[in-house]
Design a protein. Structure first.
Length: 328
């Protein structure tokens, strides 16, 4: 029996593994988890030390990532045959303690819940062009429903003028980031064995309609992409919430992961383009000009791809603590 199994219950290890498969800003994995003992409860905390200071100065994206991890925990509990009992922001005065998940009544997982639980290990972020096949309208309707189930809204940007507008806003924000040496250094520092796989970043960041992160400094070598595939941009969507509180960020993260897992289970993956939401003035433009006054939390491209790679994740030995080890 491993040391991890000696220190933690099997259910806690199962939940920590599931939580670790969530997406996070540049694979920063800004979380840690706490087991309360005897599988009585499982806590999700933001790890301030892993927050990207320039990309995410206010911690919004960190909380969204932890919300995605929370959704994975919920699905893992359902996969064990229980209903999750979730308490959000349970400790006043400790904003890093984001959620506690307990085991409620026995209940078998639904078909969709089992489908999403099975998709966790296969989901990963795509970078670059998608295949030529469009995302089916029926699936987009299903993804809207999945987002609404978590209290968020998934807006499909299919109007040509609106699509051009959001592309301009992504371009504006990405140019701001590329002109900031500190930001470019932070992004470049995320690539490597413990972060974003280098092989996932080989496409020129400007090769589709929406500008992407320049992880490898390719723009310095090729100011113009050798090839551009506007028609393979995929379907652009914006995930929004009615308000912009910490609870809304958690809601957005859960909605995000629900959408991503349901999409993955149906052969569709996502690329992230959240740069405009990291520049306050540009985010305000997205809110008023694209999101109909709601608060934009994520901008994604959805599409089909056969590309895959291994993205490293920290295991329970690094992320899971006992309750008596929790730093308050």
């Amino acid at each position: 029996m491993s040391l991890a199994f000696e220190q933690h219950g099997r259910a806690a290890l199962h939940l920590a593994h599931a939580a670790s498969l969530a997406p996070s800003p540049h694979n920063s994995q800004p979380w840690f988890f706490v087991e309360e003992g005897h599988d009585h409860g499982f806590e999700i905390h933001a790890d301030r030390g892993r927050r990207l200071a320039l990309t995410d100065p206010g911690g919004r994206e960190t909380v969204i990532a932890c919300g995605a991890a929370l959704f994975n925990v919920r699905m893992a509990v359902r996969n064990l045959g229980f209903r999750p009992a979730v308490d959000l922001l349970p400790e006043f005065g400790n904003p890093a303690y984001l959620a506690r998940v307990g085991f409620a009544a026995h209940a078998p997982a639904t078909f969709d819940e089992a489908l999403m639980a099975g998709a966790m290990a296969h989901r990963h972020t795509h970078r670059g062009p998608f295949g030529a096949e469009r995302v089916a309208e029926e699936l987009l309707d299903d993804l809207r429903y999945q987002a609404r189930a978590e209290g968020a809204d998934l807006q499909v940007v299919d109007d040509a003028d609106q699509l051009d507008r959001i592309a301009d806003l992504v371009r504006t924000a990405e140019d701001v980031h590329r002109a900031d040496r500190g930001h470019t250094a932070e992004i470049a520092g995320c690539v490597g064995p413990a972060g974003v796989p280098a092989e996932a970043c080989l496409y020129h960041p400007d090769c589709v309609l929406l500008a992407a992160r320049d992880y490898l400094g390719l723009v310095r070598q090729f100011a113009v992409p050798p090839q551009k595939w506007v028609s393979r941009t995929g379907t652009v969507v914006v995930l929004t919430t009615p308000y912009d509180t910490r609870a809304d960020w958690l809601r957005a993260g859960q909605a995000l992961q629900r959408v991503l897992l349901y999409a993955e289970a149906h052969g569709v993956r996502a690329a992230f383009h959240t740069q405009p939401l990291e520049v306050p003035a540009v985010r305000a433009e997205v809110r008023t000009g694209v999101a109909f006054g709601r608060f934009p939390q994520l901008i994604l491209r959805l599409g089909h791809t056969t590309q895959t790679w291994f993205t490293p994740r920290r295991g329970p030995a690094e992320t899971l603590l006992r309750s008596d080890m929790r730093v308050r």
